[in-house]
Design a protein around this ligand. Structure first.
Ligand SMILES: [Zn+2]
Length: 201
């Protein structure tokens, strides 16, 4: 009898949506697609590759070194871990947003007019290293030292998350024009990048 109860509660833990937690990232339900969705150096670029563990998330890569899909997946896991630690995600909105993300990696920085720096100051002609384009589309320059920790991916994921929660990504960051981004978000990014560096990515 005890065994049956344990089994029932175990089954419930696996199948009840109410029990979904961050750890569901690691139950890789879409294995077949991840096996076939790989970067092929002999095919033309850019190529789109599914990001494992994140359901529909994908990345568009300019070459197979920028970046191996498991490095991007690990970055998103580290991001999510820190987001939950700082801000929580009891309704799993952020988790689901991450599962729809498409990251396009660029080898060159972009020039853009009228963007805002971290303190909310408007910059006329800026050289940018990342851009959140829609609720799920991000463009990211490959980063300093060719490391994801040297890129703005974590920063752009904060924009995606704020957009998910507030309907806007808060373009002026800690500046006064738009609510959402706080010093805690900036702190969270620094901490998450520190973790990425410890994995050498
Ligand atoms: Zn930004």
């Amino acid at each position: 009898m005890k065994k049956i109860i344990v089994l029932i509660s175990l089954l419930c833990f696996i199948s009840c949506p109410g029990h979904q937690t961050a750890s569901t990232f690691f139950s890789n339900d879409h294995k077949r697609i991840y096996r076939t969705s790989v970067c092929d150096p002999d095919r033309p670029f850019p190529q789109m590759v599914m990001i494992p563990f994140f359901v529909n998330a994908s990345q568009v890569v300019p070459n197979c070194e920028t970046y191996p899909k498991h490095q991007t997946a690990l970055t998103m896991m580290v991001f999510y871990h820190h987001w939950v630690k700082y801000f929580g995600d009891s309704d799993l909105k952020i988790k689901h947003a991450l599962e729809e993300v498409m990251v396009t990696w660029g080898t060159e920085k972009k020039k853009l007019k009228g963007v805002y720096n971290l303190k909310g100051k408007k910059i006329k002609d800026a050289t940018i290293i990342g851009l959140t384009q829609t609720a799920s589309v991000i463009w990211v320059w490959e980063g300093y030292g060719h490391k994801i920790s040297g890129s703005s991916l974590i920063h752009e994921l904060v924009h995606i998350s704020l957009r998910t929660l507030n309907g806007r990504g808060d373009f002026d960051h800690e500046g006064p024009r738009c609510d959402g981004w706080t010093s805690e978000h900036t702190e969270m990014i620094i901490e998450a990048k520190e973790v990425l560096r410890s994995f050498d990515i």
